[in-house]
Design a protein around this ligand. Structure first.
Ligand SMILES: *Cc1c(COP(=O)(O)O)cnc(C)c1O
Length: 414
């Protein structure tokens, strides 16, 4: 801290270096600083252009600064931002109504991030089991390689020990099973289980879709053992897989579902959805939030939801997903040494590194960045494609051309 600095005066230019100087080092951001975006176009401080196929990690479903969402934000910003939960507000009521009308859910709880939505879901599952079956029914079963957030509870439910190491003691009675392994699920889900938590398509864990049979089996096992089935649709929901929520494509209905990421197109908002019967286990004061469901976030999400929840929009996601998949498959086929294949669902796809280049996906995304193409990783072996849902055929073609250039230049150096 610089005590002699002029308070309120802050005209020093900020650069990428400033991040290392003053930010807690939990991230390693790219070498440039984006300053402006439109659709899938992004520009940095130097005016350099990038084709952004990261979708802000499956958040900017409608791309950067979509005019109709900007309008909704500005309009609400002039009316009412925040009133606290001593009051309700029109945008949040409209949003809850829209979500309930469109899904299995009858009740919605709003908060500000995916982690918070899952925290609410896991607390509700524990409370529900406690209310109906007593305190011994409290075990949570989740999958290895899953990701559910960074609060201590949600990170422990997540199946990646690298994220919990050093943070012990962890919340107890949370067990992990291999994803897509029905026998392991059968062995793990007993009468003491209150909730089984799963991402219908694992995101951070490597873009792995659940087998339809697996989700059906989890549903059946939960019914048999009186456990709640919780779907974390924070990444795979909101149109990403070609249906409004992924569970609809699978035809397996959860008891609790969480949504976040694309729900606000980058304006922080998240939701936990459930039935009236289960929601009754939360009563006034048993859970809460200061910002959750504030009018500004809700107005934005209302417009986002209205835009995505249209048959034409979702049909285009399916079509764009197929085109992107073909494009990535062509690349994989032309570089059989580098890639082993493509997997995923809708516009949630992973280009998987081959054994020869195991652990080196990051080198390709770095080479792509040099070409002006922004891509994401899921682990060390998967290049993750979760672009804006409004990605055009031209974007897909440009993306393929830039990716090929990046691979060629990288291969030359290796
Ligand atoms: C991103 C993500 C979360 C966490 O969301 P935050 O908003 O970062 O708290 C949880 N679950 C899944 C599946 C996610 O992709």
């Amino acid at each position: 801290m610089n005590m002699s600095a002029n308070i309120g005066k802050n005209d020093e230019p900020v650069t990428r270096q400033t991040f290392d100087d003053v930010m807690v080092p939990v991230f390693a951001p790219a070498s440039f600083v984006p300053v402006r975006g439109s659709g899938l176009d992004l520009w940095d401080q130097n005016g350099k252009h990038y084709l952004d196929l990261t979708g802000g990690i499956a958040v900017s479903g409608l791309g950067h600064t979509p005019p109709e969402i900007v309008d909704a934000l500005v309009e609400q910003a002039k009316k009412l931002w925040h009133v606290s939960n001593y009051f309700t507000n029109e945008p949040v009521l409209k949003l809850a109504r829209a979500l309930a009308d469109a899904t299995f859910a009858e009740k919605v709880f709003f908060c500000n991030s995916g982690g918070e939505a899952n925290e609410a879901a896991f607390k509700l599952a524990r409370k529900w089991a406690h209310d109906h079956f007593g305190e011994k029914k409290n075990r949570i079963v989740s999958c290895y390689h899953s990701f559910h957030g960074r609060t201590l509870f949600t990170v422990t439910v997540g199946g990646q020990s690298k994220y919990t190491e050093g943070f012990e003691p962890l919340p107890p009675r949370i067990d992990h099973i291999p994803f897509n392994d029905i026998e392991a699920a059968r062995a793990a889900i007993d009468d003491d289980v209150c909730a089984v938590v799963v991402e219908p398509v694992q995101g951070e864990g490597g873009i792995l879709p659940a087998d339809p049979d697996y989700l059906r089996s989890l549903r059946r096992l939960c019914n048999e053992k009186n456990a709640l089935l919780v779907f974390d649709e924070i990444q795979c929901g909101m149109g990403r897989t070609g249906t409004l929520f992924a569970y609809m494509g699978y035809g397996v209905v959860p008891d609790i579902m969480t949504s976040a990421k694309a729900l606000g197109n980058g304006f922080p908002i998240a939701a936990m959805l459930t039935t009236s019967e289960i929601a009754r286990s939360f009563s006034v004061g048993s859970h809460g939030t200061t910002y959750g469901g504030n009018p500004l976030a809700a107005a934005v999400a209302c417009k986002v939801f209205e835009t995505i929840n249209r048959p034409e929009f979702l049909q285009r996601v399916v079509e764009a997903g197929e085109k992107l998949k073909f494009s990535l498959e062509r690349v994989a086929a032309d570089y059989p040494d580098v890639f082993s294949g493509v997997r995923g669902k809708g516009l949630m796809l992973g280009l998987v590194m081959s054994g020869k280049y195991q652990g080196r996906a990051k080198e390709i995304t770095a080479a792509a960045e040099k070409q002006g193409l922004l891509l994401l990783l899921a682990g060390y072996d998967v290049i993750r494609y979760v672009p804006a849902l409004v990605v055009s055929d031209e974007h897909i073609e440009q993306g393929e051309a830039l990716l090929r250039k990046a691979i060629d230049s990288w291969l030359e150096e290796n």
